[in-house]
Design a protein around this ligand. Structure first.
Ligand SMILES: Nc1ncnc2c1ncn2[C@@H]1O[C@H](COP(=O)(O)OP(=O)(O)OP(=O)(O)O)[C@@H](O)[C@H]1O
Ligand SMILES: [Mg+2]
Length: 237
């Protein structure tokens, strides 16, 4: 069976600047895979390219065995690949529920209300405030809303870009345990995180990105114990 996601020799450039310099990685069905790396390593660029928001310079991207580079972004979502972007990007004047329903815009099935209830069960604070404008939410609450919205497309693969950014330690643990729950429910996850410790504890496997190149890949467990990773990403001297 083909991998959930396969990226082959991907190169992405902004004008003359190459942000991603030929990376290859896979995400298997049911896995949590994390990309870690310092600021500017190319993590967000990689996710945006997979989503069809940034064009590929060269290389290939396969989602469930089918090539998706060059496919328009909305069709990629329809095929089951959702993206909760960096910086949340919720619609502040719309209510919580309107934001969530936007995530389901491409669906025509009858399961939307069931999935809405599932998101509300996952994040009760969203249920309590479903009629409230999303712009009044705290950073952590907006992050939950962004993840909830991505889930509303009922994705086979969910990409999360820095879900813990700006969150309190308690909120961060909530988000991390939610990601684990989603995996247990069968969602495949590609997670980008600055918080390498939290990401590697959660991930089956990880890739370390340095200025557009993958320099290391292993199981989450082994990367957590890797001396090079501990020095560069886990703040040890
Ligand atoms: N729209 C853009 N135009 C030009 N250069 C860009 C653009 N977006 C990103 N870059 C550059 O591409 C490189 C990779 O950026 P990217 O956002 O992918 O990094 P990142 O790993 O997500 O970093 P961070 O951890 O800070 O979010 C950086 O050098 C960045 O300045
Ligand atoms: Mg980023």
């Amino acid at each position: 069976m083909s991998a959930a996601l396969e990226v082959r020799d991907l190169v992405v450039a902004y004008g003359k600047i190459r942000a991603v310099k030929g990376i290859s990685f896979t995400v298997n069905h049911g896995e949590i895979v994390t990309l870690i790396g310092t600021n500017g390593a190319g993590k967000t660029t990689t996710l945006r390219t997979i989503s069809g928001l940034v064009p590929v310079e060269s290389g290939e991207i396969y989602f469930q065995g089918e090539r998706i580079d060059g496919v328009p972004a909305h069709q990629i979502v329809e095929r089951g690949l959702a993206h909760a972007p960096e910086g949340r990007r919720i619609f502040p004047r719309m209510t919580v529920e309107e934001n969530l329903l936007l995530g389901a815009y491409s669906r025509r099935d009858s399961g939307i209300s069931t999935d809405l209830e599932r998101v509300y069960t996952l994040f009760p604070v969203l249920a309590e405030r479903r009629r409230q404008a999303a712009g009044t939410f705290s950073g952590g609450e907006q992050q939950m809303l962004a993840i909830g919205r991505a889930l509303m497309s009922r994705p086979k693969l969910l990409m999360l870009d820095e879900p813990s950014m700006g969150l309190s330690p308690m909120m961060m643990r909530r988000i991390m345990s939610t990601i684990r729950e989603l995996k247990e429910q069968g969602t495949t996850i590609l997670l980008v995180e600055q918080n390498a410790q939290a990401a590697l504890e959660l991930a089956d496997r990880g890739y370390v990105l340095e200025v557009g190149r993958i320099v290391l890949s292993d199981t989450g467990h082994n990367l957590l114990g890797n001396e090079q990773v501990r020095k560069a990403y886990l703040g040890e001297d």
